[in-house]
Ligand binder design. Structure first.
Ligand code: NAD
Length: 438
């Protein structure tokens, strides 16, 4: 099949690469000429395990091409996915102008039937708006379908090639058949392709992310209560998670959720509620808890060292919003670093892959109190008054704690992800703080 993908970011690039891997001819388009030049020159703009090889393989075979010429993409595709960004506006609602401008370009260019598939995360009713824009600008037949993306950054290739489920919102048999054709090879393991009406499909994406964010904030609130009562949130998590009605995943307390999806999608759902005079009380609380949680490590550092942190050198391990990605969007590390440097601390930070993207975040890259290291995690510890573990990359899980201690000026560890054994660290002479564990 001839497929076009408009928007070559985390979602569009993974989608384009995955569809070309199964033999489709895919053109990925973007308005960002630097990104397209890099891809055409053999580079890759994001760090995602396994993606560079998959892109290279299909680019070399001529099945995956990149362009800034969106009309050419439309003319050469039967199915056109829209995978552009839908960032939050000031009131929290999703900014749809990229999606709607793509719809207009498609309509003005198409020379026959097209299936237009909205892959971006969009509020309920957006596909109707896309349909209206297209109908106003073309006389050719078309369908609009919703096909939200559920990939997890860091596991995106795996999620693309072996999805848990694929959700498609359609309102015509033709659209359904075409999407079955596109996705048939990905569903051979028996995981479902779920067809439903378009609005339910749009809502399914937001409801899924909102549920996951809710679990995180719920556990963080329980962890705060554990902190003051002496219970251990790790035991509580295991005790709860063994109940199959609850399940064990997404119950980890930590420094709050970040990334390009949860924060913006929770806000957008709250905004949709407002539009319909329906306050989303649970989700507003989820957001509040998360905002506090991102400051938790700052509060713990202040509790230990006092309000004046000047003269202190703090090592930060992990900057990306989660492991296995270089994505810094809404990363808790930025909030932690902003808070600590405002109180006078100097930061030496290390992340295995996110140094470049972190340097583009103002409160990190443009902050004279912050140094980002790329060489080794251990070097960040030299002369440090404390270590703050912010992102649980695999390489931080089992460090040589004798070496860690010998490098530091004061052996104090703030573990924002509960990955270390508190008894072991305390026995070694560390002062150790974690989240919701005594
Ligand atoms: N990143 C994720 O993990 C993830 C997961 C599921 C869903 N989503 C959703 O998918 C959508 C895309 O997210 P992303 O993370 O890939 O965003 P991104 O910012 O990484 O990429 C979006 C791309 O779209 C391009 N673009 C914007 N307007 C354009 C236009 N008019 N024509 C052509 N290109 C245009 C941008 O230049 C950018 O390269 C969002 O709605 C997001 O919520 C993201």
């Amino acid at each position: 099949m001839k497929v076009g993908v408009i928007g070559t970011g985390y979602v569009g690039l993974v989608l384009g690469a995955g569809l070309s891997e199964t033999g489709n001819h895919v053109i990925c388009g973007d308005i960002d000429a630097a990104k397209i030049d890099m891809l055409n020159a053999g580079g890759i703009p994001i760090w995602e395990p396994g993606l560079d090889q998959m892109v290279q393989r299909n680019r070399d075979k001529g099945r995956l091409r990149f362009t800034t010429d969106i009309p050419q993409l439309v003319l050469n595709s039967t199915v056109v996915f829209i995978a552009v960004g839908t960032p939050p506006q000031e009131d929290g609602s999703a900014d749809l102008h990229h999606v709607l401008s793509c719809a207009r370009t498609i309509a003005l260019t198409m020379d026959g039937y097209r299936l237009i598939v909205v892959k971006s995360t969009v509020p309920v009713g957006t596909c109707d708006r896309v349909r209206k824009v297209v109908a106003e600008n073309t006389s050719h037949p078309f369908d609009v379908a919703s096909n939200p993306e559920f990939l997890k950054e860091g596991d995106a290739v795996q999620d693309m090639m072996k999805p848990d489920r694929i959700v498609c919102g359609v309102d015509s048999a033709r659209a359904r058949e075409m999407l079955e054709d596109v996705y048939e090879t990905f569903m051979r393991t028996g995981n479902p392709i779920l067809f439903m009406d378009v609005k339910s499909s749009e809502m399914t994406k937001y409801a899924s992310n909102a549920m996951l964010a809710t679990r995180i904030s719920f556990m963080n609130e329980i962890a705060a209560l554990c902190d003051v009562t002496g219970a251990d949130v790790d035991h509580v998590r295991r005790g709860m998670g063994s109940d199959p009605r609850i399940g064990s995943r997404f119950l980890f307390a930590g420094v709050g959720y970040g990334g390009s999806c949860f924060p913006k999608d929770v806000k957008a759902l709250v905004a949709t509620g407002h539009e319909h005079c329906l306050p989303m009380k649970i989700l507003s609380a989820v957001e509040d808890v998360n905002a506090d949680q991102k400051r938790l490590l700052v509060d713990k550092v202040v509790c230990h060292f006092g309000h004046d942190l000047s003269g202190l050198r703090l090592a930060v391990w992990g900057l990306a919003f989660k492991p296995n990605t270089d994505d810094m969007r809404e990363a808790p590390s930025a909030e932690v670093i902003r808070g600590l440097t405002a109180l006078g601390a100097t930061i030496v930070a290390y992340d295995p892959v996110a140094a470049r993207t972190a340097a583009q975040v103002d409160c990190i890259g443009a902050n004279p109190r912050v140094t980002i290291l790329t060489g080794s995690a251990e070097a960040a510890l030299d002369g440090a008054d404390a270590l703050l573990l912010v992102t649980e990359w695999g390489e931080f899980r089992n460090p040589d704690f004798d070496d860690v201690k010998s490098r530091m000026r004061q052996p104090v560890v703030f573990d924002g992800r509960n990955i270390y054994d508190s008894a072991r660290l305390r026995a070694m002479g560390f002062t150790y703080y974690s989240v919701g564990r005594p």
